[in-house]
Write a new protein. Structure first.
Length: 486
């Protein structure tokens, strides 16, 4: 293949990243990439284990003085969030990522998510496993599946396969920062059955696109607009016309991604009523742009009206219930710690609205570092669901991870960073779910730390990765492993 990343080091890391990124690997579609990793291991004579969830563990003995030392776990996830810009025809199930390097040294993709989250972790482990000149202790490299949709692979991993008690998670997004704790979370889904009838009249469609979106954990405190909540606000305004009804409302595809785009279609019995709604929605679109354009410069609201025959229309009762639930459901930052620079303690994201066909589905991603505050969020969601006639389901729950006191691994990393770069490694917690929480819960005595290169715009088509930070990140990993081998 023709490699796109040239003139940057470490070259082997970037080649492996491009090879890995050429394999389709969206969440729930792990077969090809999992088998790719198994073949990688077998081609090199390495011990490999693949489970029914398609998680892969590759082990390599210590080398060049690291023999007989305590093993170290390296870990990342193989799946990626698959988002693309409106009009992009990329097929994530059959095509790899089409990437390019910007003039200022960032790696990004053409119209889609890049998958640096967390493909750079997989490429890092591949590069380490493939290099017989490095000094390191025995390595246990864990590649998990479906992290982006609820840490599903890590939830069913056979932890008895792992002997290490020092763990480098490679799923962070700021070079120079070591993450030593994270929030717990879950997927919370509301579902309501819909009653429909076929009617003729006119439809009015409002859609918003071009919002920044972002990761529902690390970006939740930036005040970015949720497209689902914005459109629901507009729809609520035109429901003052008692004849107005919903046809559909769709926005967002991932609970852990702040929705960038949303669309609602409304039905009206007469052209006069539809025209009035069209004018109202256009005025609201102008108001939205005025309100948030400084933060959301790409906002684009369009409103269209059309004659419609034989349209499947929701009942008025269902219309009011669905829109009310979207408008009144909690969203965004819920609590902060004023003693920790207003660090986010609890939040939630309405990431999925799918109101089409015979049911309405609302998908939320609550997060919290404090169990009682998570209980408070779920109580609010339960009350919202009960009030508006929705059934609820909780899935994919994962634990938080508390900082390990007197961490050997963190101390080693701080010493290494200081020696390599003459700077101090920052140490902090993160308001996002990391698989470290599950490893920590299943491996008594585990000492985990998470690091990564600098990435921005993850979970969106604006995702990009700073190539120079990848060099520092990889050098740190190599040096830490060499220190642990002594």
């Amino acid at each position: 293949m023709e490699y796109k990343i040239t003139g940057y080091e470490p070259a082997a890391l970037f080649r492996n990243f491009e090879d890995f990124s050429a394999v389709p690997r969206g969440s729930f579609h792990n077969e090809k990439v999992s088998d790719f990793l198994v073949k990688f291991a077998k081609d090199r004579g390495l011990e490999v284990y693949q489970d029914e969830a398609l998680n892969v563990i590759i082990k390599k003995p210590g080398q060049n003085g690291g023999e007989g030392k305590a093993p170290v776990i390296l870990q990342g996830h193989m799946d990626m969030v698959c988002e693309k810009v409106h009009g992009c025809d990329h097929d994530f199930e059959t095509q790899g990522i089409d990437m390019y390097v910007t003039e200022d040294g960032w790696l990004t993709a053409n119209g889609t998510t890049l998958g640096g989250d967390d493909g750079i972790a997989d490429a890092t482990m591949m590069t380490l496993l493939d290099d017989d000149t490095l000094t390191y202790p025995p390595l246990e490299c864990v590649f998990t599946t479906d992290e982006e949709v609820g840490l599903l692979g890590a939830n069913v991993l056979d932890y008895s396969k792992l002997d290490g008690r020092l763990m480098l998670n490679l799923d962070s997004e700021d070079e120079g920062i070591a993450t030593v704790s994270c929030a717990g979370g879950m997927d919370y889904t509301m579902t309501r059955a819909l009653t429909r009838e076929t009617l003729s009249g006119e439809t009015v469609t409002i859609d918003v696109k071009g919002l920044l979106g972002g990761h529902s954990g690390t970006d939740i405190d930036f005040g970015r607009t949720n497209a689902d909540k914005l459109i629901a606000r507009a729809v609520l305004a035109v429901l003052k016309d008692k004849d107005a009804r919903l046809v559909s409302f769709v926005g967002g595809t991932k609970g852990n991604a702040i929705p960038r785009e949303a669309e609602a279609v409304l039905w009206f019995p007469t052209a006069e009523k539809a025209a009035a709604a069209e004018d109202k929605l256009k005025a609201m679109g102008d108001a939205f742009t005025h309100e948030i354009h400084a933060l959301e410069p790409g906002i684009d609201v369009t409103v269209t009206r059309a004659a419609a025959n034989d349209v499947s229309v929701m009942s008025r009762e269902d219309t009011e219930a669905v829109v009310s639930a979207i408008v009144l459901s909690p969203n965004g930052v819920q609590t902060r710690d004023p003693l920790m620079d207003n660090f986010v303690i609890s939040s939630l994201n309405l990431g999925i609205v799918n109101v089409d066909g015979d049911k309405a589905v609302l998908g939320f991603a609550p997060r919290s570092s404090v169990d009682s505050l998570m209980d408070a969020i779920t109580a609010e969601l339960d009350l919202t669901a009960k009030t508006f006639g929705f059934e609820t389901e909780i899935s994919g729950a994962y634990p938080g991870w508390e900082k390990v006191e007197n961490s050997v691994l963190c101390d080693t990393m701080k010493e290494s960073y200081r020696a390599l770069f003459g700077e101090e490694l920052k140490v902090e917690g993160i308001h996002a779910g990391l698989e470290c929480g599950l490893f920590y819960a299943n491996l008594p005595g585990l000492d985990p730390v998470s690091i990564g290169p600098t990435m921005r715009g993850v979970h969106t088509p604006d995702e990009k990765m700073d190539l120079s930070s990848c060099d520092k990140f990889y050098k740190l990993v190599v040096d830490v492993l060499e220190r642990l081998a002594k």
